[in-house]
Design a protein around this ligand. Structure first.
Ligand code: PEP
Ligand code: MN
Length: 472
């Protein structure tokens, strides 16, 4: 079953874009040796379950929600931040279930989303030229702490473990129960319109659930569980993901396991094994590291996890198919998710060609729209921001284009946060939305050290808009 001529370290013979150079390589080897000994964060059967659920998405029987922070930080690993984020993901998924009338597969950008690709290796801070900040698992945000330190990878492992442990605990203790959605959803929503609309949905779903129980259907399941109890992280299914950028770390977390029984072909053939990246259920290749002959594509082709590939305007039609041939030669359903991120004005120029090429190739893919990364701008106040209206326009252009091309949008990839500022109000990083956030307000509670994220209310706004599109 393992890919031909592949090992967890075969990527080392290829050029790695966004490579991190450590001054002390012996220290690096010691840390990686330690990580190799540490237990997996996720298991092969959880990964296989996600593969199965993604194959349902690919067949239009479920919808995918991929969401969370652009980057996590060690300091933001707190009880409040994690429960707010999970609460927001659950709320958004509920709104999508209501509109799409489909189960929603939830994958968080969480419990390991620390590394960031950068457009330049160096940056100017004041009159100093320093190494760029590459994420908490590489170096520090402070300009005095930019030397890559391998200990940060170990710290990332333990922060991921703490995050995941708390998520597992929350979800297996009834946090996601529809019986008390207020615990995880509305505490921070001030807009009466949004509150009423959301309450209508939870009550509607609650009634549907009660009715199903009365007539003896799905007695043990919530309406947004995909079946096959128990859910991966407790009462509902929830999966983790991060960009697979730091290949030394990813390699150290890659382990060979027997493929779980339920995922094996029938018959008496010897039990096959596969290499699983056990640091997250789902990993994606970023738009800056998807070179066909590069180290990242080499690493990704050999792991059994379902993977995402970011697809930007510079992707050629033929290149996309060559990439799919490399990472999914057997054309397995549920293996590859294409996450398009062109920029609102470019969707119509690039998406039809990409769809046509994929259709011709016969590759089974899930199409996901990331309306965030092609729409980043700098405000007149000097903040890196995104406008709600542009985000919606990329989303609607994607939905429309898929329909016109005989395809279908299978999911969305969003950067949002349930994080609150010290004064208890939502962060102010993206413009617009039902709260009409203006440029002058960006500086009030701008907390992201990476890309601007939709706040609680803006994320619900996006969910209602998508939901409304599906209802039509
Ligand atoms: C991201 O998802 O945070 C990211 C950096 O995306 P992209 O690779 O599409 O630019
Ligand atoms: Mn980002």
């Amino acid at each position: 079953m393992p890919a031909a001529n592949w090992t967890p370290s075969s990527w080392q013979d290829k050029p790695a874009a966004q490579d991190v150079v450590y001054p002390d390589t012996e220290h690096l080897s010691r840390v990686l040796g330690k990580i190799k000994q540490l237990p997996p964060l996720v298991t092969p059967s959880e990964i296989e379950r996600l593969r199965h659920q993604l194959s349902l998405v690919q067949r239009n029987e479920a919808f995918l929600l991929h969401a969370g922070d652009c980057a996590e930080s060690f300091d933001a690993c707190t009880q409040e931040n994690i429960s707010n984020k999970i609460g927001l993901i659950l709320s958004v998924s509920l709104i999508l279930i209501w509109g799409a009338r489909l189960p929603v597969v939830r994958i968080g950008r969480i419990a390991g989303q620390y590394a960031k690709p950068r457009s330049s290796a160096m940056e100017k801070i004041g009159d100093r030229e320093v190494l760029s900040f590459r994420g908490d698992n590489v170096n520090g945000l402070s300009p005095d702490d930019r030397t890559p330190d391998p200990e940060r990878m170990l710290s990332a492992y333990f922060h991921s473990t703490a995050t995941l442990n708390y998520i597992r605990g929350l979800l297996s203790s009834g946090f996601a129960s529809l019986h008390h959605p207020r615990d995880w959803s509305l505490a921070h929503v001030r807009s009466p319109g949004l509150r009423t609309e959301f309450e209508r949905i939870t009550e509607g779903l609650g009634d549907a659930l009660g009715f199903a129980r009365t007539i003896g259907l799905g007695a043990e399941r919530t309406p947004y569980e995909q079946g096959g109890p128990p859910g991966v992280l407790g009462e509902v299914d929830f999966y983790t993901s991060h960009e697979g950028l730091m290949l030394p770390f990813e390699e150290a977390m890659t382990r060979e396991f027997a493929v779980p029984d339920s995922s094996r072909p029938a018959g008496d053939a010897p039990q096959p094994t596969a290499f699983y990246n056990t640091s997250a259920h789902f990993l994606w290749i970023g738009d800056r590291t998807r070179q066909l002959t590069g180290a990242h594509v080499e690493y990704f082709r050999g792991i059994r996890n379902p993977i995402g590939i970011k697809v930007g305007p510079s992707m050629e039609d033929a290149e996309l198919i060559r990439l799919l041939d490399i990472v999914n030669p057997d054309k397995e359903s549920g293996r590859v998710t294409l996450i398009t991120r062109y920029g609102a004005a470019k969707v119509e120029k690039y998406l039809p060609g990409h769809i046509a090429a994929v259709q011709k190739s016969g590759h089974p893919v899930i199409w996901v729209c990331d309306p965030m990364h092609g729409n980043t701008l700098t405000s007149s106040t000097g903040h890196k921001t995104r406008h709600f209206g542009t985000i919606i326009s990329e989303l609607t252009a994607c939905i429309r284009t898929h329909t016109q091309c005989g395809s279908r949008l299978g999911g969305v990839s969003l950067e949002f946060t349930g994080e609150l500022a010290a004064d208890g109000f939502s962060v102010t990083e993206c413009l617009g939305g039902s709260m009409g956030l203006a440029e002058a307000q960006l500086g009030l509670r701008y907390q992201s050290f990476c890309d601007p994220r939709l706040n609680f209310e803006q994320a619900l706004d996006v969910a209602f808009l998508i939901s409304g599109h599906f209802k039509r």
